[in-house]
Design a protein around this ligand. Sequence first.
Ligand code: B12
Ligand code: SF4
Length: 571
Amino acid sequence: METCTSGVDASLLNIHPGVHSGSFAKHPKGSQARILLSSVFGPYAQDDEFGSRSINPMELYHNQVTRAQGSFSLRMFHRSWGIMMIQANVSAPCAVLDFPTRDDFARQLKTNQYDVVGITGIIVNVAKVREMCRMTRELSPQSVIVVGGHVAAIPGIEKMIDADHIVKGEGVSWMRRYLGEDESAPIRHPAIVSGMRTRIMGIRLPERKGATAATIIPSVGCPMGCNFCTTSAFFGGKGKFVNFYETGDELFAVMSRMEEELKVSSFFVMDENFLLHRERAMRLLELMKEGHKSWALSVFASANAIRKYTMQELVELGVSWLWMGLESPRAGYTKLQGSDTRQLTRELREHGIRVQGSTIIGLEHHTPDNIVSEIEHAVSHDTDFHQFMLYTPVPGTPLYQQMKEEGRLLSDVDYADVHGQFKFNFKHAAISREDSKRFLDWAFWRDFQLNGPSLYRISRTLLAGFKRYKDYPDARVRERFTREMGKLSGVYSSALWAMERQFRKVDRNVSEQIRALRQEFKQESGFMGRMLPALLGPILLWTTRREEKRLARGKTYEPPTILERSNWVEA
Ligand code: B12
Ligand code: SF4
């Protein structure tokens, strides 16, 4: 048994990981070893003894962003990119099994002679990881078991699961090293379609090639090192991160390849703080201009990083969706210093940039007396999407260490419930565990009630951007807004038609605002865009109401099981 910290070591240098000191056991078969990389088993959106929770489905938006929005909630699934990244960067025969059931996983183990079984999981999944290790020992005793991902940050994990290697931090370099391959070879980016099986208002959107953004992962970790931040801590903490693509040139090359392979013009850039690396972003912009790339980018960035750019720079870079932490104005995080986040988010939206705000409930200064006004403040940002999360000391973070030292961690909380959407896992000075959940739920509800469905908000932002930039001198920018408007105006207008009616029972005022926006869309749309709502609107209203009924009956959604093999040879 060995606990490795490869990625963290390398990230201290802020270079592509390739440094390792000391002895390191390699797999005897090297690149001939047959590898299975699997995510944890489902079904996920149910309560079970392995740590699945109905409150914690395998869905980004419905889990933590739009979950109070009923049939207007955006539902979609995302693949397990970490193991896809590893698969693309080893020359050994490798299978990725995503979202298996226990039976699928068992079948893989029984029908293939795997030399290495890699399991990825985050902290909530620890009981599933344990069970998968047990199954592997039983069904494929010759396999070496490697466990990676955030689950590796749990203190004492070595004693909780039966694995041969537990990898903390970056995994590509670890796996390459384990197989005796070149760790410092350039990172090959897998072709990743960012989301799948998207549903909203009771219908599943068609999956045409190129219709969904490609995911690009330029780096992992974030040097800002906020005390609660698990991704920052996992890849080295404050001042550190691991870059897969150092320069704008490298990034541009990867994106161009994805554009070609997946026929996309939009990218979901999975980098915790993409805009912080200004030199790389500005070089990317230069190349986009030279290559006449009218790309759209969805990025994560902190307020202080966004402030390094003018609105024009952001728009020209194609930033069309931005996820930023608002946390709380009184929290004192460096990333927020000097930023009026309300003004910033308003400005971004006026420039056609959809903003996803993220607010923490249960910060140290929160009390039952001030929490309502803090939530009202958050909601007043009127962002397109809003994530609310409980302040949560997660193993591996400085906050966890601090709470542990202060004796404030609750010892009887199951790891499966430490995901920020249930109840506190620590003793808060002023707010009880039960109340933490009530305040969290109220925040989601309040945002929905006051600001309406996110679908309405994103159509409003698109329209604002289109009006502002439809005659912009840079043709790439004009094309981007016109393209989106052309594709979406009819659909959005129809959705607004249905939303206006359905939202009357929630809040008449918002319903009126939706109506006003629909009229604006009418003015800016072409013939089809004006005609479509009469036909599609009633259909969407019907599917919306049908979905409401289904949800009321407890309907949940699960991702499909996917098996993908590379460099494959039958055993
Ligand atoms: C996409 C994503 C999801 C997707 C699903 C992904 C999936 N298929 O499992 C969705 C949206 C459904 C999701 C859901 C949840 N997520 Co999530 N998610 C992410 C996100 C945004 C990106 C993950 C990613 O691909 N990163 C890029 C890859 C390259 O990094 P990586 O996965 O860490 O992999 C690297 C290493 O960890 C390592 N590695 C990983 N696996 C393995 C396996 C082996 C064998 C080896 C050797 C190495 C290795 O190597 C990889 C390359 O370096 C991260 C945030 C982030 N920036 O990472 C959060 C994150 C992983 N999610 C998190 C959480 C908490 C959740 C939820 C509980 C929701 C919530 N309340 O926040 C649910 C849980 C769902 C469930 N039932 O299991 C936390 C995990 C916290 C923790 N310490 O455990 C993160 C870090 C977000 C955060 N900052 O809080 N998530
Ligand atoms: S800025 Fe965001 S990603 Fe970076 S450490 Fe803070 S919370 Fe984490």
